[in-house]
Design a binder for this molecule. Structure first.
Ligand code: MG
Length: 331
C-alpha cells in the first residue's frame, strides 16, 4: 500500500501555517473519516524527541517503555507529527514531548486500582508550577516527574504569556481524565467522560498553542457543541481501533465504548463494534452540520483556522489508527 504526500494547501483560502503536507488517507482500506490528514515537515524531529522523552520518562525493560516504542514505530508517521501537523515545528516538539509524558503516565496508572492511580495523578500534578525547577526534582522513584519538569520548563519559557492558562489546562486534565471509578453501562454517560479521558481538551488546547493562536471566550462558546462532537469522534475512534488489544486488559475501569455497548444492548463484541462505527460516522455528520450552521453567522479568522486544524487532528487520528501496526489485527 502506497500513501503519497500532497502539497499542504487544503483549500485555496487556508488559514493554516505551511508546515505540513497532506496524505492520501483514503487510500488506506480501513480509514473511514470524512476529514483530511497530514504530516508535519518536522516529522523526523518529532521522532527523535519522542525517543528522548521516552528514555527520560520510563525505565529500561518496563511495559510503558515498550508501549511507547510501539506507539512511535508506525511507518506512516508518528501520532504527533500526524495529528498535530499544523503546529510550528519548535512548538510541535515541545507539545508532543509534554503530551507523551501524559500518555506514559496513563499507561503506568491505568492498571493500578483507582485509588492508587488518583494518588499518582496528584503526585504528577504537583509538578505543574510556573516556577518549576527541573534540577530540584529527584527522579529515583518516578522518572515521569523529572521528565515532565524538564519539558514543562521549556514550554513555559517559549511562551510565558500563555503559560498560566496552559498549566491550568494540564491540571484540569490530570484532575478529570480518570476521575470516575468502575465501568460505564450506558454510552450516553460514557461519552462526556471519554472526551476528557482521551485527552481531547488537552489536544484541542495544544492545537491552538501549536499555531500560536487563541480563540476568544465568545468565539470558543460559539463552537462548543461542534467541539464536543469532534471530541466524541476522537475518543470513540480510539475505542474502535484499540478494542482488540484492550478487551483482555486487567483493569477495574474499562474505558472502551465496545464494552459499554455490549452491556447496554446485550450484544456480542462484533455487533457492538459495528454499532460503534455507525455512531462515530453519525457524530461526524453532526459535527459537520454544526459547523455549517455556525458558518451562517459572522466568523472570525481564528474560528476558521481552528476548524481546519481540528479537522486535520481528527482525520489524522483516524489515519494514524488505520495504519499503526498494533491496531491492524482484525479478528
Ligand atoms: Mg483505547
Amino acid at each position: 500500500m502506497q500513501v503519497t504526500s500532497r502539497p499542504s494547501t487544503i483549500t485555496p483560502n487556508s488559514y493554516l501555517p505551511s508546515v505540513f503536507t497532506t496524505v492520501a488517507s483514503h487510500d488506506v482500506p480501513v480509514f473511514f473519516s470524512r476529514y483530511p490528514a497530514g504530516i508535519s515537515v518536522a516529522a523526523v524531529d518529532v521522532e527523535a524527541a519522542m525517543h528522548a522523552i521516552g528514555e527520560l520518562a520510563s525505565t529500561e525493560g518496563s511495559r510503558e517503555r515498550r508501549r511507547a516504542r510501539i506507539r512511535h514505530t508506525n511507518p506512516y508517521g508518528d501520532p504527533f507529527a500526524v495529528c498535530h501537523c499544523t503546529a510550528f515545528p519548535d512548538r510541535l516538539v515541545l507539545l508532543s514531548s509534554l503530551v507523551e509524558v501524559m500518555w506514559i503516565h496513563d499507561d503506568v496508572t491505568e492498571e493500578m486500582d483507582h485509588t492508587e492511580a488518583c494518588k499518582a495523578h496528584a503526585e504528577l500534578a504537583a509538578i505543574l508550577r510556573l516556577d518549576i525547577d527541573p534540577s530540584s526534582i529527584d527522579s529515583n522513584n518516578n522518572p515521569r516527574l523529572k521528565a515532565l519538569a524538564e519539558v514543562l520548563r521549556k514550554t513555559i519559557d517559549i511562551d510565558p504569556a500563555k503559560a498560566p492558562a496552559m498549566i491550568e489546562m494540564l491540571k484540569t486534565y490530570l484532575a478529570t481524565f480518570d476521575n470516575v471509578a468502575g465501568n460505564f453501562t450506558r454510552l450516553e454517560e460514557y461519552m462526556p467522560h471519554r472526551i476528557a479521558n482521551c485527552g481531547y481538551w488537552m489536544s484541542s488546547y495544544f492545537i491552538r498553542w501549536g499555531m500560536n493562536m487563541d480563540l476568544s471566550d465568545s468565539d470558543y462558546a460559539s463552537i462548543e457543541q461542534y467541539d464536543i462532537a469532534m471530541g466524541n469522534v476522537l475518543g470513540l475512534t480510539n475505542d474502535y481501533f484499540s478494542w482488540h488489544i484492550e478487551k483482555d486488559q486487567e483493569t477495574d475501569r474499562m474505558r472502551n465504548a465496545v464494552m459499554v455497548l455490549m452491556k447496554e444492548h446485550r450484544v456480542t463484541a462484533e455487533a457492538a463494534k459495528m454499532m460503534l462505527l455507525g455512531i462515530i460516522v453519525d457524530e461526524e455528520s453532526r459535527a459537520a452540520k454544526l459547523k455549517e450552521e455556525r458558518l451562517k453567522s459572522p466568523t472570525s479568522q481564528d474560528i476558521l483556522q481552528y476548524f481546519e486544524a481540528i479537522e486535520l487532528y481528527v482525520g489524522g487520528s483516524c489515519y494514524w489508527h488505520s495504519t499503526a501496526p498494533r491496531y491492524q489485527i482484525f479478528e
